[in-house]
Design a protein around this ligand. Structure first.
Ligand SMILES: Nc1nc2c(ncn2[C@@H]2O[C@H](COP(=O)(O)OP(=O)(O)OP(=O)(O)O)[C@@H](O)[C@H]2O)c(=O)[nH]1
Ligand SMILES: [Mg+2]
Length: 439
């Protein structure tokens, strides 16, 4: 037993719960009433990381839903999710924080934070060997941004030794109803980066592009983006839910150690095997060459220019029954071919994990989770938007009316810039090493 508690915060976090838990139930063969219907030992071996088993032999997610107002369509899936979650684990306030980080951070509307803290403590009483938290949220809003930052602050103070991983969705500039997103995102980053162990970044704009150009969905909706995103998160969580080919289970701590060498460089991005592969009707086993050729096709999970940065660490999570002979060499070749630099360096820091159970029947997948210095392109872009808004004092009254000061804006921006600077310095060190090697 080594339990992980997932927290789904805000409208986006809640919607992601829907897709994420549907995937987990499918992979572990749990029906909507929480009953196991599978036959394969591997499905149950490590299920206690994510599911609690009751005396009646029913399985419930280790998960809490927290949010102001939910915007999930009335679908069968929603019903399925509600059946699966005990009602007391879904906490709502019925009030939106209006896309203003300050409202969520400074005011505990309807006692949402207090109620969440209480229910977290209660949930943890059920656990024997609690590992840490995984938080699903959008960091560009009032609840998923502001209230969640407050929650993370509390979690870090209350459980200083426990691992905190965030799956953070970044709003896209083209989303019309969130013009304040640069403020919200920078405020969230300025708190969270310092407090969490792993910060996985996903960009709504990138997800939209993949849905549109690869899945051929003309007008992708959030549910389409969430489906793609949760495929990735299912793969990221596979090492905690299944034994690998060497019959070992990974903990949040060992996962973090593999990817984060310095706690100040804790942002991660992913490459997932292409959407094209997921759409393909499988009649015969997919060859590993097809898998390799597809790994980088959809690009990284945030928009950044990888050719200008360096890999720090990478982990490859391969699922399905495929021939992995010389996988490492082929992967390195691929890195080299597409001019993602630093072949020799990545060779020393890539970890490969293999699992038999796939996300979907007969569909192998490969995910690369990596700590790459170019992640800061994305932070720098948002910082620039933030500075432009602040220069004009645009929308600042939404925040000052809630109790924030203008100095807080500058301070948050400075903290994020400092963080980015850590990555720049490290990038420069790696460039120097590369030059030395070439000489
Ligand atoms: N990928 C994805 N993004 C979403 C989804 N729902 C909302 N978003 C994004 O999240 C941003 C904030 O929306 P919400 O998550 O509803 O905000 P909230 O956390 O509930 O916060 P408040 O509404 O301010 O209380 C939006 O501008 C979108 O960028 C979703 O289901 N999937
Ligand atoms: Mg909302």
């Amino acid at each position: 037993m080594s339990e992980i508690l997932t927290l789904h915060v805000g409208g986006c976090g809640y919607s992601l719960a829907n897709n994420f838990w549907s995937n987990l139930c499918r992979e572990h063969k749990i029906d909507h009433e929480g009953r196991y219907y599978g036959t394969y030992d591997a499905e149950l071996e490590c299920i206690s990381s994510y599911f609690h088993e009751t005396l009646q032999e029913k399985f419930y997610p280790h998960s809490i839903l927290v949010g102001g107002n939910f915007h999930l369509e009335e679908t069968n899936e929603k019903q399925r999710l509600e059946d699966l979650f005990l009602p007391k684990k879904s906490i709502t306030s019925g009030i939106s924080n209006g896309n203003i980080w300050a409202t969520g951070f400074l005011h505990d509307n309807d006692g949402l934070l207090k109620r969440t803290q209480k229910i977290i403590r209660k949930e943890l009483e059920l656990f024997e060997n609690f590992q840490g938290f995984q938080i699903f949220h959008n960091n560009s809003s009032g609840t998923g941004g502001g209230m969640c930052s407050r929650l993370i602050l509390w979690l870090r103070e209350t459980f200083p030794k426990k691992n905190i991983t965030t799956f953070s969705v970044f709003a896209s500039p083209s989303e019309p109803d969130n013009i304040k997103y640069p403020y919200n995102t920078i405020f969230s980053l300025s708190y969270n980066l310092d407090l969490v162990n792993n910060h996985f970044c996903f960009d709504n704009e990138v997800l939209w592009d993949v849905a549109h150009s690869k899945y051929k969905i003309r007008y992708p909706k959030y549910n389409d983006l969430n489906r793609i995103l949760c495929y990735t998160i299912s793969d990221i969580t596979a090492p905690f839910r299944f034994l690998n080919n060497e019959s070992k289970k990974m903990t949040l701590e060992t996962f973090t150690q593999s990817l984060i060498t310095d706690p100040k460089l804790n942002s991660l991005l992913t490459f997932a095997s292409s959407a094209k592969l997921q759409m393909k009707k499988v009649t015969s086993p997919i060859k590993n060459t097809t898998l390799f050729n597809n790994i980088f096709e959809d690009g990284p999970s945030v928009s950044c220019d990888l050719t200008k940065g360096n890999f720090i660490n990478a982990m490859s999570i391969i699922r399905g029954n495929i021939d992995c002979t010389n996988f490492e060499e082929k992967l390195l070749e691929k890195f080299d071919q597409i001019k993602y630099p630093y072949k020799t360096q990545i060779k020393n820091s890539i970890k490969i994990e293999r699992f038999q159970i796939t996300r979907q029947k007969n569909k192998p997948s490969c995910l690369i989770a990596t700590n790459h210095t170019s992640i800061i392109n994305s932070y720098n872009k948002i910082s620039t938007f933030f500075s432009r808004l602040l220069y004009r004092r645009a929308f600042t009254h939404y925040y000052t009316d809630e109790g924030m000061e203008l100095d807080d804006f500058a301070e948050s921006l400075e903290l994020v810039k400092e963080y980015s600077n850590n990555y720049s310095i490290y990038n420069e060190i790696l460039n120097q090493q590369k030059l030395k090697e070439l000489k």
